[in-house]
Design a protein around this ligand. Structure first.
Ligand code: PMV
Length: 359
């Protein structure tokens, strides 16, 4: 049995600071629905993004009174009171594993490589960066922490901040949630995808089309909760297991047509779950559908392997192999950018290499 309890330490540290940069990720098989303690209802897998990152510096200084958590949060230098409740909840959830949290006052200074108001969720990169910083403090206070334990516990903690954040700790293709064909997979933390991945997926491109940069009308916390008593939930959770099995052979053979089917179906299923919950809601915008239809038309005309996926919002992630980069970018600029708010988009690619960096 895994034990993420804090190993007692004899070291005393009065103050210090640590900085981590951590990436965002985009799910191929989606996590939507959870049990208590952020345990996912189904396994999910994601590509780690190279360019969408959060950098967080955590400064800590010993305080006298250990009754409460004490921290301040800054985004790009501005104090953010509205970020505090989420972090307070996070601290409460992880306190049992990091008992030093009440011993220090923390200053959390964070910045994103993508605009905060882009509609891109910063919770995966933000919570994973914070979890990594906290693990660096644990490491400073304890002897003997292996790299494997460090990463696994960072993912375990990040999950308790935001489920998808546990897929942003280690690796470019990350699985979270127990799946019978993926050895070592766990509901408690993300693991590097352990099977073969075909060259076709190397440097896979993701151009994020910013259709709507506003705040989401429905948070993912509310969305997950609506999967309780959802009429299609059980079948959906089974389907995610099946899609994961299919992806294992797709990653091995490099079958991009089969890849497209799974990825687009997962995106539309995620939104179908939203539309069929009670209360129901729609996060796609008219321009989301315009873009999807244009992508389908382009694929029919050109035989391109372009496809799309969606997260819990209106923005579209356009996925395509590296060897199509030039042509697809031309298509995006000519035909899709008109559907983006202020013509904004972000070019990214799947990170093959070190993504998470201690600065
Ligand atoms: O990590 P959360 O609780 O914000 O949930 C994210 C859920 C999706 O982004 C819609 C899907 C996923 O697997 O990332």
């Amino acid at each position: 049995m895994l034990d993420f309890k804090f190993k007692s330490s004899t070291k005393k540290i009065n103050e210090g600071n640590v900085t981590w940069s951590s990436p965002s990720n985009i799910a191929l098989v989606k996590y939507w629905g959870k049990k208590e303690h952020q345990i996912p209802e189904n396994p999910s897998i994601s590509f780690t993004l190279n360019n969408c990152k959060t950098t967080t510096t955590l400064s800590y200084s010993k305080k006298e009174n250990t009754n409460n958590f004490s921290f301040d949060v800054f985004l790009d230098g501005d104090k953010k009171e509205d970020f505090k409740p989420k972090i307070e909840t996070f601290f409460k959830r992880i306190e049992a594993y990091l008992p030093f949290l009440r011993d220090y006052h923390f200053k959390i200074e964070t910045s994103n490589t993508f605009p905060h108001s882009s509609g891109i969720a910063s919770s995966a990169s933000g919570m994973s960066a914070l979890a990594l910083c906290l693990m660096s403090i644990e490491k400073a206070l304890s002897e003997d922490i292996s790299e494997a334990y460090f990463n696994q516990k960072a993912s375990f903690l990040a999950r308790l901040g935001s489920g998808s954040a546990c897929r942003s700790i280690e690796g470019d293709l990350v699985v979270w949630g127990t799946h019978k064909e993926i050895n070592g997979s766990s509901d408690l933390f993300g693991i590097k995808y352990p099977h073969d991945v075909h060259e076709n997926f190397k440097n896979y491109q993701d151009t994020i089309l910013l259709v709507d940069k506003g705040e989401k009308q429905v948070s993912s916390t509310v969305g997950h909760d609506l999967m309780y008593n959802h009429p299609f939930a059980e079948r959906r959770f089974e389907q995610a297991h099946e899609n994961m099995s299919k992806l294992i052979s797709i990653f091995k053979t490099g079958d991009l047509n089969a890849f497209i089917k799974i990825v687009e179906s997962e995106a539309l299923t995620l939104h179908a779950m939203m539309m069929t919950s009670m209360p129901y809601f729609i996060l796609m915008k008219p321009n989301t559908l315009e873009i999807i239809n244009k992508i389908w038309a382009y694929r029919n005309e050109t035989n391109s392997k372009i496809c799309f996926t969606l997260d819990a919002g209106a923005n579209v992630h356009v996925l395509y192999p590296e060897n199509e980069k030039e042509n697809v970018m031309e298509f995006i600029k000519d035909e899709l950018i008109v559907y983006c708010q202020n013509e904004h988009y972000i070019s990214d690619q799947i990170g093959f290499g070190a993504n998470q960096i201690q600065l």
